[in-house]
Design a protein. Structure first.
Length: 157
């Protein structure tokens, strides 16, 4: 563990990928151990697609892939030398994808309650807008709390 570098004045609301409530949630239907991280691993707190033919999950869109949110469930490993944390599930590790629920997500451009949540087709990162930005897909989730640029907001479906 690294040396403490900051002191928060307030408790953080959560971490991207955490559950944002105790409401019911729903996972992408798959058999036991059926979903595994693809080559390069899978980033937590964003969206990912599972290839139904192979069961491999990637943060980039795949043909006929099933979309789901990657929750932070302590499956990431710190593989980088001297790194203090990681949000990457290594290749080959099991993954559970969620297609419904309430989660914390980080919005680079900020978010406003009621906006639609879109996932980048290249890396699964979240964006909020009224209409789909280029190279994104509608996730069916909506923003449930306001966030300034770079901050966390709740998403729900």
């Amino acid at each position: 563990m690294g040396f403490q570098k900051t002191l928060n004045r307030d408790l953080p609301v959560g971490v991207e990928g955490d559950f944002a409530s105790t409401n019911p949630y729903h996972t992408v239907l798959a058999g036991e151990g059926a979903l595994k991280a693809g080559a390069g691993g899978v980033k937590i707190g964003v969206f990912a697609w599972v290839d139904p033919a192979t069961g491999l999950v990637t943060n980039a869109q795949v043909a006929n892939g099933v979309l789901g949110f990657v929750r932070r469930d302590n499956t990431a490993l710190i593989n980088q030398y001297l790194a203090e944390s990681s949000m990457l599930i290594p290749a080959g590790f099991g993954i559970t994808l969620y297609d419904k629920g309430d989660f914390w997500a980080r919005f680079a451009g900020g978010a406003t309650i009621g906006q639609k949540v879109f996932a980048s087709i290249t890396n699964g990162t979240v964006t909020s807008a009224a209409t789909a930005p280029a190279d994104t897909v509608d996730t069916g989730f909506v923003v449930a709390s306001t966030a300034v640029a770079g901050a966390l907001a709740k998403i729900t479906k």
